[in-house]
Write a protein that binds this ligand. Structure first.
Ligand code: NAD
Length: 490
């Protein structure tokens, strides 16, 4: 039973190591973004906690990796069932911890976290390896794939459980054991998931979760000599530090990073569908999705109509209390992040851009309890040159910029004129144009006439500064295993 006033008012999380909850001597404050109040204390883990988790994972590896894929799949499916049975509790917690709407958590985050376990449980039993005959040499060659050992998994705050399970599920399905570190800003649903591990039959040490900051817990995990592979999703700046830190050990790295995603809208697009989807792709989850559209290039002949209709639709994108089902957006993750996003709008104004709606124009009508929350309305900007920081840097908030273009070549080259290469959308009814442009865009994912339609079998990831490697069905399996070529002379 909690006894101090602080324990009564705050949720206090513990690390999950070797199948047990383990308390940590110090904690970090975690805020409810919709009220601006501290409501949770997250372990401020460091080297000692990470060492204990890696030891537990190392000890569990021989047993877990020698189970058959079917046996591992059974455990993952059970964990998925338990999470699904508690979906509403997870959704409420995710919404409170991250600021996103309850509707989004209920329909996107948690169902996808459940599906991540089911998907990798099913796919792991279907992988095959290669075989090649060399009759003239009297040889046959074949490959086998083996789990690597203890995987270090680090995830961000925007889609907390969704992205954490996107790593845990393939890693353990392939036979590795893991030490995962969620973002210190959104740790609650990972902790809730730990409570289900025992009932799901996850053996102690197979899934360990250590909470804390990047510079302490994250750094200790990346730098641990017994962690041979690291899967990281987060910012490009952090990925650079992780790459440097892991270089002396030649670790296997998968890096899923930031984006500055363009939409290219041709004059023959179905404008109604395009505008509805591009409003969604620009502002969903407060614009805090790495795949969100942040630059919209529109063919000049339809530019005035597009701009007017897009701004009108953006104004209908409602922001407010995350628990109100009438709202499309809730609060941004933190005060600092809100200030950063706002600073880009200020910069756009100072560079002569036009802000059509949102920040500084539309007043938000917030309930009293949300008065100190980190809210910002959907904001549309035009008239900013491509060279501006507003058009070059990842904003990661509910802000999108619209610019006209004249030719297909120009649209492609301007869409490619940033350091990132994660996702893009193309809007046209001309099949030839869609194929040509999709091929030339520098992006790991190109959606034509749609957005965020995902088949988890196919590769996910970015090029340029948006990442290294791909994750998804076969790609995740390849990342979380080492391949070996065996030659037999007969
Ligand atoms: P971040 O890089 O600040 O943090 C991500 C994670 O890394 C957190 O868990 C953090 O604690 C940890 N971390 C920070 N410093 C570390 C260090 N030195 N060593 C080890 N770990 C460290 O990113 P964020 O602000 O949490 O997330 C937003 C970013 O994530 C955006 O850039 C967004 O585009 C990107 N993102 C990318 C994808 C994708 O799939 N490509 C998906 C979601 C988010």
């Amino acid at each position: 039973m909690p006894n101090t006033p602080e324990q009564r008012t705050h949720l206090i999380l513990e690390n999950y190591i070797g199948g047990k909850f383990v308390s940590c001597p110090s904690h970090i404050d975690s805020y409810d973004p919709s009220t601006g109040e501290v409501y949770c204390k997250v372990p401020d883990s460091g080297k000692d906690e990470v060492d204990a988790a890696v030891s537990a994972a190392k000890e569990a590896f021989p047993g877990w990796s020698s189970r058959s894929p079917e046996q591992r799949a059974q455990v993952l499916n059970k964990l998925a069932d338990l999470m699904e049975a508690n979906l509403e509790d997870f959704a409420q917690a995710e919404s409170r911890d991250q600021g996103k709407t309850l509707t989004f958590a209920r329909t996107v985050d948690i169902p996808r976290a459940v599906y991540n376990f089911r998907f990798f449980a099913s796919s792991v039993v279907h992988h095959t390896t290669d075989c090649s005959q060399m009759d003239h040499m009297g040889c046959v060659n074949y490959t086998i794939r083996c789990p690597v050992g203890v995987a270090g998994l680090i995830s961000p705050w925007n889609l907390p459980l969704y992205l954490l399970t996107w790593k845990i599920a393939p890693a353990v399905a392939a036979g590795n054991t893991v030490v995962a570190k969620p973002s210190e800003m959104t740790s609650v649903t990972a902790w809730m998931m730990c409570k289900l591990m025992h009932e799901a039959g996850v053996p102690p040490g197979v899934i360990n979760i250590v909470f804390g900051t990047g510079p302490r817990a994250g750094d200790a995990l990346v730098g641990h000599p017994d962690v041979p592979l690291v899967s990281f999703t987060g910012s490009t700046a952090t990925a650079q530090r992780i790459t440097e830190r892991s270089a002396p050990y030649c670790k296997k790295l998968s890096l899923e990073l930031g984006g500055k995603n363009p939409a290219v809208v041709f004059a023959d697009a179905d404008l109604e569908q395009c505008i509805a989807t591009t409003v969604r792709s620009s502002f969903s989850n407060q614009g805090e999705i790495c795949l969100c559209t942040s630059r919209i290039y529109v063919e000049r002949s339809i530019y005035p109509e597009f701009l007017e209709r897009f701004v009108a639709a953006a104004r209908k994108w409602k922001t407010g209390s995350p628990s109100d089902p009438g709202n499309n957006n809730g609060a941004l993750i933190s005060k600092e992040h809100l200030e950063k996003v706002r600073s880009f709008v200020k910069l756009a104004r100072s560079e002569g851009g036009t802000v059509h709606c949102g920040e500084g124009i539309d007043r938000l009508d917030l309930p009293e309890r949300n008065a100190s929350g980190y809210f910002m309305a959907a904001t549309v900007i035009s008239g900013i040159p491509d060279s501006s920081r507003v058009m070059q840097e990842e904003i990661f908030g509910p802000v999108t910029c619209i610019r006209p273009f004249d030719t297909e070549d120009e649209a492609v080259s301007r869409a490619n004129s940033v350091r990132y290469g994660l996702a893009a959308t193309v809007w046209s009814r001309d099949v030839g144009k869609v194929h040509r442009v999709a091929k030339r865009l520098q992006a790991g994912l190109v959606w034509t006439n749609c957005w965020l339609v995902r088949d988890l079998n196919l590769p996910f990831g970015g090029m340029k500064s948006s990442g290294v490697g791909r994750e998804g069905g076969k790609d995740s399996y390849h990342f979380f295993t080492e391949v070996k070529t065996i030659t037999i002379k007969y």
